[in-house]
Design a protein around this ligand. Structure first.
Ligand code: FEO
Length: 169
């Protein structure tokens, strides 16, 4: 079964959304590096790499289904932020947008009876639950820290340890 023109177009858009998320995380990593938050920088850097991998999963899938990959233009991300908390809050907004977009893809695929695409998208549905939870948990911790420098440095260390243990897993 050929992939429909509508799904092909929506998947191309999704490739752009994932690359855009990757750029945004990279920009956040740079912000944290400038401000000597090594743990948060590593966290954002790894997220950026993961988002590129997501984009490439869609790219590969579209190629595998004989669709035409057309990488969309990507807007420049923000590069300055008011606080550590605002960086993570903006990440949560971004992740929720990605989730919405994945759900939209899922709906199109379901309505069309394209079960190969439905099956392919299931991984992303689960991944979004995990990604929203991780960012949301960090926001809760940052709110408890309430801008206190000692607490922020502890959380920065915590972010580094978390990401290092994931990388070793
Ligand atoms: Fe690829 Fe964080 O969504």
């Amino acid at each position: 079964m050929d992939i429909s023109a509508e799904l092909e177009s929506a998947i191309n858009q999704q490739i752009g959304i994932e690359f855009s998320a990757s750029h945004a995380y990279l920009s956040k990593a740079a912000y944290f590096e400038r401000n000597a938050f090594d743990g948060f920088a590593e966290w954002m850097h790894q997220q950026s790499v993961e988002e590129t991998a997501h984009a490439m999963k869609f790219y590969q899938y579209l190629n595998d289904r004989d669709g035409v990959v057309r990488i969309p233009a990507i807007e420049a991300p923000e590069w300055d932020y008011g606080s550590v908390l605002s960086v993570f809050e903006s990440s949560l907004v971004q992740e929720r947008e990605v989730t919405k977009s994945i759900y939209n893809l899922y709906k199109i695929a379901t309505d069309e009876g394209d079960y190969a695409t439905v099956s392919f998208l299931k991984w992303f549905v689960d991944e979004q639950v995990e990604e929203e939870k991780t960012v949301s948990d960090m926001i809760d911790k940052l709110k408890m820290a309430d801008g206190n420098a000692d607490s922020l440095l502890l959380l920065d260390r915590y972010a580094l340890e978390q990401r290092s243990s994931e990388a070793d897993a």
